[in-house]
Ligand binder design. Structure first.
Ligand code: ZN
Length: 120
């Protein structure tokens, strides 16, 4: 499990995930694996804390998924798979517009389009 880097040091958590077996003879599931959703989403390689950290880096430090994946020592896809649903959840939250009266566009970025042409 990959967690928030400590300075330049990559952090890995070792987690002994328990596997449970159902004693019912007719059980369709049979076994299931311990989940701790407050620590990590199912099948994710990064902790929820690392996902929150990565989103903060994207928002405030102009970080990229590729750069953050390197710092977390996971693949681009492993990080994006963990970050995307959280970004979607945040984007779907209409309360983020509470109190907003106007929105702006960064004209500087607007003018650095494809092949350095101006405009959209
Ligand atoms: Zn069962």
């Amino acid at each position: 499990m990959h967690d928030v880097p400590h300075g330049e040091v990559r952090v890995r958590l070792v987690w002994r995930q328990r596997t449970w077996r159902c004693p019912e003879a007719g059980c369709l599931r049979g076994t299931f694996v311990e989940q701790v959703p407050t620590l990590v989403s199912p099948r994710a390689q990064v902790t929820r804390r690392a996902v929150a950290w990565a989103i903060g880096q994207l928002r405030r430090e102009h970080a990229t998924i590729a750069g953050l994946a390197r710092r977390l020592d996971v693949s681009w896809w492993a990080l994006w798979r963990a970050v995307k649903p959280e970004l979607q959840r945040l984007a779907d939250d209409e309360t983020r517009f509470a109190g907003v009266t106007s929105l702006g566009v960064d004209a500087h970025i607007w003018h650095h389009g494809y092949r350095r042409k101006k405009g959209p």
